[in-house]
Design a protein around this ligand. Structure first.
Ligand SMILES: N[C@@H](CCC(=O)N[C@@H](CS)C(=O)NCC(=O)O)C(=O)O
Length: 206
């Protein structure tokens, strides 16, 4: 059975659990990181030297980095539509996953840490405003991609939807000034109707 080491409130753990649920995979999750700790223990560090979550165990095979885990699960256990069938579909999925990580995630991290993990009196308001502005422009780029398309890469969801799909839940849950982006909002609404997304992504931010 697959085992995921990592607390359910971690956005990176959520990516893996959401995909596993969409694929009906049997998977065990162990609470590690955040208030549970354990990620600095030698045993954990021998599996993931970064001391971060998630870590995937598939028998003796160990893998970290949430997007690598998504690609691995989708290649080994995935099926259409979540796992794109041809190389162009897989390449486009990778493109949006890497785009999220390199472009949007840094701004979303600033907003999340400042608004959710920092006391109001200690917040860097300028940093929040700058990150919200940048994130808004990048969400607009995705809104454009979603014009006429139900999901990121076409009419059905693929792993391309997972990282941005986890992040968009936070974008709409945080108290920020967002541009009106109808395609993004409709896609977010579509995701919220999926039981796997409800179970593994939609939860209070801590
Ligand atoms: N690039 C890594 C980032 C992993 C990461 O930053 N995980 C955070 C949680 S989202 C973490 O482990 N924080 C420490 C903790 O939870 O104790 C990935 O995508 O898996």
């Amino acid at each position: 059975m697959l085992r995921v080491l990592g607390r359910r409130t971690s956005v990176n753990v959520q990516k893996v659990m959401w995909l596993a649920a969409e694929l009906d995979l049997e998977i065990e999750r162990v609470d590690i990181g955040g208030p549970f700790g354990g990620n600095d223990d030698p045993d954990y560090l021998s599996k993931n030297p970064n001391g971060l979550v998630p870590t995937l165990e598939d028998g003796d095979f160990i893998l970290w980095e949430s997007h690598s885990i998504l690609r691995y699960i989708s290649e080994k256990y995935g099926r259409s539509p979540w796992s794109p069938e041809d190389e162009t579909g897989r390449a486009l999925a990778s493109q949006w996953m890497d785009w999220y990580l390199t472009k949007l995630h840094p701004h979303m991290t600033v907003i999340f840490w400042q608004l959710i993990r920092t006391a109001p009196e200690d917040r860097d308001v300028d940093a929040v405003n700058a990150a919200v502005e940048q994130a808004g422009q990048l969400w607009a780029l995705l809104d454009n991609q979603l014009d006429g398309s139900d999901y990121v890469n076409g009419p059905a969801p693929t792993i391309a939807d997972i990282p941005v799909g986890c992040s968009v839940s936070r974008w709409y849950a945080m108290d920020v000034e967002r541009p009106s982006l109808p395609n993004l909002e409709a896609w977010h609404q579509r995701l919220q109707e999926r039981p796997a997304y409800q179970d593994h992504v939609m939860m209070p931010l801590t």
